[in-house]
Design a protein around this ligand. Structure first.
Ligand code: SAM
Length: 345
């Protein structure tokens, strides 16, 4: 097992552990990237060791289904947190969650994660290696980035900032085109206001390169082979039919394009798991109630994390969808993981 602390000062909580799926462990992804790919060299990979469990004084409510199930839906029902609901209803319920929390979404992220979500997102965007992609593609002309389940724009803004750091305005190279796609119009509206008023208030040229599109990850409203990078952060967990979303990701990526998913995942270290469960089930819904008046949406959040596949299982799903050179990286003891895969063919 190789674990590395983030090089940045004060970021020791961003403990990273990298892995690759076994079927591709002999070829290093960083050796086979085309110059036009949106990939950064991937750190050396190792396999995560299973750890034995210990007795615990706090036990979260047991999920009704096996979280390792590699399909997010089975038959006519699927899970919505720990509840079973008809497949056709989950989308509406998820929309309800994000309608309810949209205006307080960003402040709740800071409160719940103690600001950690910013470090995870920063590192996720750094891993995408955008500066190298722009430099090897004549400043990024024609480079298109897609952030699915993009919500209020956190990932897209970070990608845009990376591009602007690489070619600061008024450089003749225009920033790349970044499309933010989300099923929830409320979240997108909050994002658009943030872009104009808070994030890029003095950079009108940036706004024409940010495209906000209402759409479902399972049926993306974009042509085949359109994008160089597909990102999805804290979104895949909410999708009803994950396998469809992964196939759509493959379809819309150009050959050489990269899929990257940042998502809550599974802590396996026994004591850390116990503390994490206690915090998740006892603190987060109460915090949600205090800040948004909606404990239920935050109960859904913690339950949906437990229902999401473990790191290795998601890596397998990404491979089964047709991606190659699949790897994953754990952050913060596995509470969050980044999965990455490439469309080589
Ligand atoms: N990516 C943003 C971030 O990291 O801050 C937002 C993440 S938020 C937890 C999850 C987002 O997924 C919500 O904005 C929600 O509307 C969106 N979402 C849920 N299901 C979706 C689907 N099927 N297609 C597209 N977006 C979806």
């Amino acid at each position: 097992m190789a674990s590395t602390l983030s090089r940045r000062t004060g970021r020791s909580l961003l403990l990273r552990v990298t892995s690759s799926t076994s079927s591709i462990s002999t070829s290093s992804p960083s050796n086979s990237l085309p110059a036009s790919s949106s990939a950064a060299p991937t750190p050396p990979h190792t396999h995560r060791r299973a750890l034995s469990s210990s007795s615990s004084s706090f036990s979260p409510p047991p999920p009704p289904t096996d979280p390792t199930n590699n399909d997010s839906s089975s038959g006519s029902t699927t899970h919505f947190g720990f509840k079973q609901v008809p497949v056709d209803e989950k989308e509406k319920l998820v929309k309800g969650v994000f309608n309810s929390v949209a205006s307080k979404y960003d402040v709740m992220n800071d409160l719940m994660s103690g600001g950690m979500h910013r470090l995870w997102k920063d590192d996720f965007v750094r891993m995408a290696g955008l500066p190298a992609v722009l430099r090897t593609n004549a400043g990024g002309a024609g480079i298109r980035l897609l952030d699915v389940a993009g919500g209020t724009g956190d990932i897209a803004f970070r990608l845009m900032k990376k591009a602007l750091e690489t070619y600061p305005p008024p450089h003749s190279t225009p920033p790349p085109s970044i499309t933010i796609c989300d099923i929830n119009a409320e979240m997108l509206k909050v994002g658009q206001v943030r872009a104009k008023e808070q994030i890029f208030p003095n950079l009108p040229q940036v706004h024409s390169n940010l495209e906000w599109v209402e759409g479902n990850a399972e049926e993306l409203p974009f042509p085949d082979n359109s994008f160089d990078l597909y990102t999805i952060a804290f979104g895949l967990r909410n999708v009803t039919r994950r396998e469809r979303a992964l196939r759509e990701a493959l379809r819309v990526l150009k050959k050489g394009g990269r899929f990257m998913c940042l998502e809550f995942s599974h802590v396996s270290l026994p004591l850390a798991k116990e503390a994490y469960d206690l915090y998740s089930f006892e603190v987060i819904p109460r915090l949600g109630q205090a800040v948004t008046g909606d404990a239920e949406s935050y109960r859904y959040l913690v339950e949906s994390i437990r229902q999401f596949p473990k790191q290795e299982d998601l890596a397998r799903e990404v491979e089964q969808a047709g991606f190659q050179s699949v790897t994953y990286v754990n952050y913060t003891l596995g509470s969050v993981a980044v999965h990455s895969g490439f469309k080589w063919a």
